[in-house]
Design a binder for this molecule. Structure first.
Ligand code: SIN
Ligand code: MN
Length: 201
């Protein structure tokens, strides 16, 4: 494994997953999403988000009129499926953490979907990093600062890329400005999947 590229403390592992590993992971996720279907989340202010979400693990991150939080069940009432072994293996290889992730958030970006600049801060323990895995179409990832505002830098995330947000970068703002719909052949219908692994408690 070559050393990661460091931008503002965000550590990038370009092409961490080769094409066969990406295809295997998509198949695993397809099965998982049959039991925990993607849904359209609503922000606490009532805006529909452009991404579709689901999750795996002990907790799923959810948002609705009651706020942002972790929940032990899918909004449909079922338990979240366990985090697949293939995904845990990525965490173990790059996170450097002694704890295992308790949430694997699944974000699906269709044409025009985006994710505004935000911090991941609904977790209890910021000493553990956040690990993000990109599959499918390219996404323009913007990185900011721990404080609001200031200069930002962007990088296109490609299918198979992994990003670790730990240390100084753990509480930095980040988001996806846009995707290049149809830029990857991994997902036959196009779109981008992002997995975000986090320790919650
Ligand atoms: C997120 O931070 O919630 C998603 C990041 C991404 O889609 O790459
Ligand atoms: Mn995030």
């Amino acid at each position: 494994m070559s050393p990661p590229l460091d931008i503002r403390g965000f550590r990038f592992f370009p092409g961490f997953l080769d094409r066969p590993a990406q295809e295997a992971l998509v198949n695993v996720l397809r099965d998982l999403l049959r039991n925990a279907p993607l849904y359209q989340p609503v922000t606490p202010r009532g805006q529909k988000m452009s991404v579709r979400m689901s999750a795996a693990g002990r907790f799923g991150w959810v948002t609705d009129r009651r706020g942002y939080r972790y929940e032990p069940r899918h909004p449909g009432g079922m338990d979240w499926p366990p985090i697949p072994e293939e995904v845990l293996a990525i965490w173990r290889a790059v996170s450097g953490a002694t704890r295992e992730p308790e949430c694997c958030l699944i974000n699906w970006y269709g044409e025009g979907a985006r994710m505004g600049l935000h911090q991941d801060k609904d977790e209890a323990d910021f000493s553990c990093p956040v690990v993000s895995v990109s599959l499918g179409d390219e996404g323009l990832f913007r990185m900011g600062n721990a404080e609001r505002g200031g200069k930002t830098e962007s990088i296109w995330l490609k299918s198979g890329d992994v990003v670790v947000m730990g240390g100084d970068a753990r509480l930095k703002h980040h988001g996806i400005d846009r995707i290049r719909f149809g830029s990857s052949t991994l997902l036959p219908q196009g779109g981008r999947i992002n997995l975000t692994l986090r320790v919650v408690t």
